[in-house]
Design a protein around this ligand. Structure first.
Ligand SMILES: NC(=O)c1ccc[n+]([C@@H]2O[C@H](COP(=O)([O-])OP(=O)(O)OC[C@H]3O[C@@H](n4cnc5c(N)ncnc54)[C@H](OP(=O)(O)O)[C@@H]3O)[C@@H](O)[C@H]2O)c1
Length: 311
């Protein structure tokens, strides 16, 4: 297959996600994407994050939900948000039913008061935050060139994906700074921001989304330098294609076949990554095993960026 065809296939995948968020973007209405909760891995109360409190934005579905479940399975106490209240309660209940510790609070990351209240409620309930995974995100609903993007869609994507991450870090960091330094390197806390392959390369049709994800990587680097000496490790991850409700609906909208292999997947494993695989990377970054890594973005595209158009 020619490089042109491969680029088109990559673009289809990325642009396709834009269709999914159409319902998210309309006047603050809740995301209508159907989502069945993921399965809960067996809980080990004495697992490797047993004494840790983990805050996650956007864990009502997808990568955030898988990460909430994975941390809870390793004994962590998880506090998460999202706008879909019923789904949030359902995910929290499912984790609790399995013997894990998780609570949901409704919060919209576009609204400063709600982000502050979400962070504060974690402190009130659990006394601290050790690890934060900032993940809540959307894509622009119309896959059109920049001049045809509406200001409303631009602002909504930027407010969710850029301002939302800024607000989350703004209110998380002061609490992380209060933790006692621990481990060999005096770590007080860890933040992982969910960026994207679109934080590194452009795809036609998603200028708002791509711009917002570039902003995530930028603020990650600055904040990592600002707070690294005080023991806070801040990094980001950049997934490529992940099988989440967002992506499944995107394929459906375009009439593309579901399941694996994906149409001409431009990665090394010939399939979309799973949300659970992304959760593994977040946990790796959050663990004390790699305490010297900060201010970096981890490419978790399974080769999409490394071997762009050549896989
Ligand atoms: N799937 C991929 O291929 C892929 C690739 C690269 C990066 N990512 C990134 O991964 C992150 C998670 O996406 P996903 O693929 O897991 O899709 P998803 O299943 O749609 O998850 C998005 C999450 O963000 C939450 N959210 C959206 N807007 C919010 C708001 N204003 N306030 C609070 N929560 C909000 C949603 O909850 P509510 O709807 O309940 O509010 C949901 O929990 C996003 O940042 C996305 O850009 C995904």
């Amino acid at each position: 297959m020619s490089n042109f065809s491969r680029r088109k296939a990559i673009s289809l995948g990325a642009v396709g996600t834009a269709g999914v968020a159409a319902t998210i973007l309309t006047q603050g209405k809740q995301n209508q994407v159907q989502s069945e909760p993921l399965s809960q891995p067996e809980v080990n109360p004495d697992g490797r994050f047993a004494d840790r409190v983990v805050l996650i934005t956007g864990a009502t579905s997808g990568i955030g939900e898988a990460t909430a479940r994975a941390f809870a399975a390793e004994g962590a106490t998880v506090h998460f948000c999202g706008r879909r209240e019923q789904l949030g309660q359902q995910v929290a209940q499912s984790i609790t039913d399995a013997g894990g510790k998780a609570t949901y609070q409704k919060a919209d990351v576009r609204i400063e008061d709600e982000v502050r209240a979400f962070v504060d409620s974690c402190i009130q309930s659990y006394g601290k935050i050790d690890i934060a995974f900032n993940n809540a995100g959307i894509v622009n609903p119309k896959a059109v060139p920049l001049a045809e993007q509406s200001l409303e869609d631009w602002q909504n994507v930027m407010t969710t994906n850029a301002t939302g991450y800024f607000l989350a870090m703004k209110y998380e960091i002061p609490h992380l700074l209060k933790n006692e330094p621990g481990g060999n390197y005096g770590t007080r806390g860890v933040i992982v921001n969910n960026a994207s392959v679109s934080a590194h390369i452009g795809f036609p049709g998603i200028s708002p989304y791509s711009s917002s994800k570039h902003a995530v990587v930028g603020m990650t680097k600055c904040a990592a330098l600002e707070y690294g000496k005080q023991g806070i490790r801040i990094n980001s991850i950049s997934p490529g294609a992940v099988n989440t409700p967002m992506r499944r609906t995107a394929y459906e909208n375009q009439g593309l076949p579901q399941g694996d292999p994906l149409p001409d997947p431009p990665n090394i494993v010939n399939r979309a990554n799973t949300p659970e695989e992304m959760a593994d990377i977040v946990m790796l970054l959050a663990s004390s095993d790699i305490s010297y890594i900060l201010g970096t973005d981890i490419d978790v595209t399974t080769g999409m960026l490394t071997g762009l158009l050549t896989v």
